[in-house]
Design a protein around this ligand. Sequence first.
Ligand SMILES: Cc1cc2nc3c(=O)[nH]c(=O)nc-3n(C[C@H](O)[C@H](O)[C@H](O)COP(=O)(O)OP(=O)(O)OC[C@H]3O[C@@H](n4cnc5c(N)ncnc54)[C@H](O)[C@@H]3O)c2cc1C
Ligand code: FES
Length: 355
Amino acid sequence: MNSFYSLSIDKIEKNTAQSVVLTLGYEAKLAKKFSFRAGQYLTVRHHSEGEDLRRCYSICSIEGGPSLQIGIKKVEGGAFSSFANEKLKVGDRLEVMPPSGKFTLKSTSVARHVLAVAAGSGITPIISHIERILLEELNSNVTLIYANKTPSSIMFRERIEDLKNLYLKRFSVVHVLSSTPQDIELFSGRINADKLRGIVTSWGQNKSIDNVLLCGPEDMVHSLRDEFFELGVPHEKILYELFSTEKRKNMQPVKGKLTTLSEVAVTIILDGVTHKLEMNGGDTILSAALENSLDAPFSCQGGICSSCRCKIIEGSGEMEVNHALEDYEVQDGYALSCQLRPTTNKITITYDEGH
Ligand SMILES: Cc1cc2nc3c(=O)[nH]c(=O)nc-3n(C[C@H](O)[C@H](O)[C@H](O)COP(=O)(O)OP(=O)(O)OC[C@H]3O[C@@H](n4cnc5c(N)ncnc54)[C@H](O)[C@@H]3O)c2cc1C
Ligand code: FES
C-alpha cells in the first residue's frame, strides 16, 4: 500500500533565500511510476527524532520533460522544510511515493484563456501547468497573478521572466507584492477578492476567463474562488490546491452522535489483511491505525491530499475536514481516514478499495 521508493538528490538549486529546488533521480525501471501530470505532487517521507514525517511537495518541472523536481519553501519552525533547505545534500536519498493528486487540467486544442493565481510556494504546481499549456496548447493564453511579500521572495523569478519573453503574446504576469509598494496601487498589498476584481475588471472585455487555477493559503484560495464564481466562472472551471489548512493542527473532536463513547470496535482491512482494534470514539481512524502500528497510508493529515482515502463498508463516521473528496465519492462511502471519526460503535473500513 505504502509504496515509497528511494530517490537520489541529483541537484539542489537555491531558488530564493528561503527556498530550494530539488532534482530527484530514479532508476530507469521506475520511469513509468514517476511519470506525472502537471499539478501533481509527491509525498516525501523522512524519519526525524523517531518521528515518521510525511510531507507533500508539488512537482514544479515540466510534464513529459526529463526531470523530476520539487520546490520547497522554508516554513519558520517547519520540521521538513527546514531540513530540506538547510541539511539536504546532493547524493542524499529521500523516500518518495509516486506522483498523486487531482489538481490537473485536461489538455485541449480549443483556444482558451487560463488565469492562474499563486501565492508564495503555491507557484510550484502552477509553473508546471503554465509551461505545459504554453508548450502544448498553441492557441491558448495564460495570465499569472503571483502574490509575494517582496521581489526577492518570488520563486522561479527568472523562469517566469524567460517564459514572458518567449511567449510575449500568450503569457502575461502580474506581480502583487504585500511588503513592497509599487507604482500601481492595485499591485501592492495582499491579494484578496477586491484586488482580484480590480485587476480582472481593469482588463475590460478583452480577456474572458475560461479556466482558473488557484494555489496558496486556504483563506486566499477560498475567497478568490468565491470571487471568480461571482465574476462568472463556473465552479467546475475553477481548480485549486491547498498546501495547508487552518485546521491542520489542534483538531478538536467533531460533535458526532457517538464521538463521546469511550470504545469503538474498528475493523481495518489493509493489504488484504483484516485487523480488529478498539479505539476511542474521539480519535480518527488513521490515528487508531498508526497507534496500532498498521502501515496505513497518509501524508498531509489535513484532509487535503487524499493519500489516506479509505472506504467505509460497515457502520458510519464523520469527517472533520474534507478538501479532497467529491460529494459523490463521500456518498459512495469513501472517506479521508485522517479526518474520520466513528459515529457508530462498530465500524469497518478498507484501504484496499480506497485507491
Ligand atoms: C498537496 C500539497 C502540496 C504541497 N506542495 C508544496 C510545495 O510545492 N512547496 C512547499 O514549500 N510546500 C508545499 N506543501 C506544504 C508542505 O507539504 C509542508 O506542509 C510544508 O513544507 C511545511 O512542512 P514542515 O514540516 O516544514 O512544517 P511543520 O513542521 O509541519 O509545521 C510547522 C509550522 O508551520 C505551519 N505550516 C505548515 N505548513 C505550512 C505552509 N505551507 N505555510 C505556512 N505555514 C505552514 C504549521 O501549522 C506549523 O505551525 C504542500 C502541501 C500539500 C498538502
Ligand atoms: S493524509 Fe492527506 S487527506 Fe488524509
